[in-house]
Design a protein around this ligand. Structure first.
Ligand SMILES: Cc1ncc(COP(=O)(O)O)c(C=O)c1O
Length: 470
């Protein structure tokens, strides 16, 4: 079915009668491993040997590099999280200044800690119609580069969580004029490049490195991702070292094989699959257009060079409906969304969505929004998208400094020692080194009271926050 050697090797290994005196500890012996565990097989001593053998894993990575137009590719097993961190560690050195979009995922804030980097944050302008972040205007990156002449990398998220692409080509040119690599978290854009109706992915637009989550929009196992790089401004040896630094020594061959299958599937049938996804997105948009006061992000939002038109983020503030109430109706009908908060709903149109599922979503969505319609609210999105805290310390210094826990009511003015993140989308409202303000605390508390999860901090109730000791 698939031209994917890793997949074939995994099947051969599973079909063989092997007395497994190796990890994993179940050995796929039916006495202890049911069907659930039977697919768990190691790469080393199983499907292939580790990378040093130059076996089938590097070949699969080379095929993926070619499919995405990269010079190199590594298969990542701990998500775009690990891919992002390897990308940043491979391109920078401790103490470097880097230009970073403030709306990056928490994995990149962690990369700042791991790498001992000093961020200069840039922010996309907000779209007044939806309250969502638009694209990153190249002028903002140019100004940041001019203000930080020693910067050694620019780090952006393209496409953004809400499906917006900035003018990546222009930003890449700005970076390259200064000899600085453009590093891109493309976690949500693994499907870009496989259909002419979709915008080019960041690597094709000139970025030097891109990380994509093959498990988000493509049909690969959860946790799978790709680190795709171009030689030139990046040192391939350092990138490989950074990757190995963070990589497990017990890779799961099933995850690897699923990446190789997803690559093969997209090369062979991606256009056809994405024809369907794009048609589904059009149907969903048309249905939403017919509902008064529901807003979607449009190409004329600030800084937007292109939209990933498979991404449909539904803004409910104008209709006054509570997104959590609509989500509850959908869940009752067996429909699960990628994200919901009071203002937004995000049904992710990945390549696995069937038309039957879309019918089910559409049957409930419109009537539910009408049922929960209320007083219109001004567009207001998560503090994750709007936070603009002042940086007081390098993230790494704040992370490792002496800490104390203080009541939230006394935290304003203190320097955060932890990340506080409404989830999804996983963009921190507060990160180590940033000055906590009363406004940020109030916004986080309001979102929590409305039903949003506050994640990755030590006290999700937000009664207390961990701050750098005086
Ligand atoms: C923009 C962005 N980057 C990176 C990640 C991390 O991806 P993963 O879950 O594959 O580690 C996420 C997760 O949602 C994300 O939204």
């Amino acid at each position: 079915m698939f031209d994917a050697d890793l997949d074939a090797a995994a099947r051969r290994f599973l079909a063989a009668d092997v007395a497994s005196f190796t990890t994993p500890g179940h050995g796929r012996n039916p006495e202890v491993a049911d069907a659930f565990l039977a697919l768990d097989l190691p790469l080393a001593t199983g499907v292939d040997d580790l990378r040093e053998t130059q076996g089938i894993l590097p070949q699969a990575e080379t095929r993926a590099a070619a499919a995405w137009g990269a010079d190199r590719c590594r298969f990542v097993l701990n998500g775009s999280t690990q891919g992002n961190q390897a990308m940043v560690l491979g391109a920078t050195r401790p103490g470097d200044t880097v230009i970073v979009s403030r709306t990056v995922h928490k994995s990149l804030f962690a990369a700042l800690v791991l790498g001992g980097l000093q961020p200069v944050f840039v922010r996309p302008e907000l779209d007044p119609a939806t309250g969502l972040p638009g694209g990153m205007a190249p002028e903002r990156v140019a100004a940041a580069l001019a203000g930080a002449p020693a910067a050694t990398a620019v780090i952006l998220t393209e496409p953004s969580y809400v499906g917006v692409l900035s003018d990546v080509a222009a930003i890449a040119r700005l970076c390259h004029d200064r000899g600085v690599p453009l590093l891109v978290d493309g976690a949500w854009g693994a499907h870009l490049g496989f259909h002419p109706g979709l915008p080019a992915h960041a690597l094709a637009q000139g970025a030097d490195a891109v990380v994509v989550s093959t498990h988000k929009t493509l049909p690969a196992f959860t946790q799978s991702a790709l680190l795709l790089t171009r030689d030139g401004l990046l040192d391939a040896r350092r990138m490989a070292d950074a990757f190995e630094l963070l990589h497990t020594t017990s890779p799961a061959a099933a995850i690897y094989a699923s990446i190789d299958r997803a690559r093969a599937l997209m090369e062979e049938h991606g256009r056809c699959l994405l024809d369907r996804t794009l048609a589904q997105a059009s149907r969903l948009r048309a249905a939403l257009d017919a509902i008064d006061d529901v807003k979607l992000i449009t190409p004329d939002a600030p800084g937007v060079a292109a939209l990933d038109s498979t991404k449909v983020v539904i803004c409910l503030d104008g209709a006054g409906a509570d997104g959590f109430a609509v989500e509850a109706d959908l869940v009752a009908a067996g429909v699960h969304l990628e994200m919901a908060d009071r203002s937004l709903l995000l049904p992710l149109l990945h390549v696995g969505v069937s038309d039957r599922w879309l019918d089910r979503l559409l049957a409930v969505l419109g009537p539910s929004i009408e049922r929960h319609r209320g007083t219109p609210r001004a567009p207001r999105t998560s503090v994750a998208f709007t936070a603009a805290p002042e940086s007081a310390m390098a993230p790494r210094d704040a992370f490792f400094a002496a800490h104390e826990r203080v009541p939230a009511a006394r935290a304003a003015g203190r320097v955060a020692a932890e990340t506080v993140t409404p989830y999804p989308p996983g963009i921190p409202a507060l990160a180590p080194g940033e000055v906590i303000t009363a406004e940020v605390i109030a916004a986080l508390q309001r979102e929590r009271a409305e039903g949003s999860k506050i994640a990755y901090c030590s006290d999700p109730s937000l009664a207390t926050l961990v701050v750098v000791s005086h």
